[in-house]
Design a protein around this ligand. Sequence first.
Ligand code: R5P
Length: 298
Amino acid sequence: MIILSLPGSPGIERNLAEQLGAELVTVESKVFPDGETYIRLPRDVSGSPVVIVQSLYPDQDRRLVELLLAVDTCKDMGASRIVAVVPYMAYARQDRRFRDGEPISIKLVLKMLGYVGATHLLTVDMHKSESLNYFPGKFLELTVLPTICAEVLPELKEPLVLAPDLGALKRARIVAEKFKLQYDYLEKFRDRVTGEVTMKPKQFDVGGRDVIIVDDIISTGGTIAKATKILKSMGARKVYVAVAHALMVGNAYERIIESGVDLVLTANTIRREVVQPKVKVVDISTEISSGVRKLLQG
Ligand code: R5P
């Protein structure tokens, strides 16, 4: 087996190669002066199963083109199986036409991956799991939130696992059931006269309790900051946040820390250039290796 590492690999390639007993090959890449993407496989992969590791962030479009070029080249060279390991899948949130005339972007991304030759796909905490059905080959989605939450749960006082909205309730349930905890979601209310939106936990009082908010992604930090301010104003003791993908766009980090978040826990699904003191990154490379094994056996 050959592990092909692309520029968007979040630094898990060495562990994957070791754990899977595979050869690690770094794909050459550059950007032409006019902005076009170039890649080159420095090794023949004919007859071998290849695992291509590439997260689609930062720079979603560049990372996507690199991935498509790499898969297509592996197919041309005669790789026996092509597994795309994409810990962070970009475009996952555009999974329906919110307004007429919009594309279902995740459909195109997953169909393209299959079309160019990816036979298998492994990804982590998709925005909606159902989207993966657009991929024509075999796929596996890892849910890493229980692993992430396990890092702090023993320290928490009367923990409540909370989804920031109804859409994330399934994630809260998965974590809560695993650790036998209570879970809930933030329900939105709109004042019919002023239009003002307020939120509060549907079922439980958070006063004096530690809350762990679980979600798939932090992008601008708006969702988490808003939820945290509300929870703290209701008397929550500490607010922890566990997300699979902490993109932290722009001033998202400052925004959520100012809102009162005590610690953000996340997985290494994307490459992180800066160390942020209140962000703890949990390594999930072992889960990914096991996932690749499972995918190829199944
Ligand atoms: C929304 O449905 C997602 O699950 C996230 O809650 C959202 O995309 C996070 O974005 P932001 O950090 O910009 O609020």
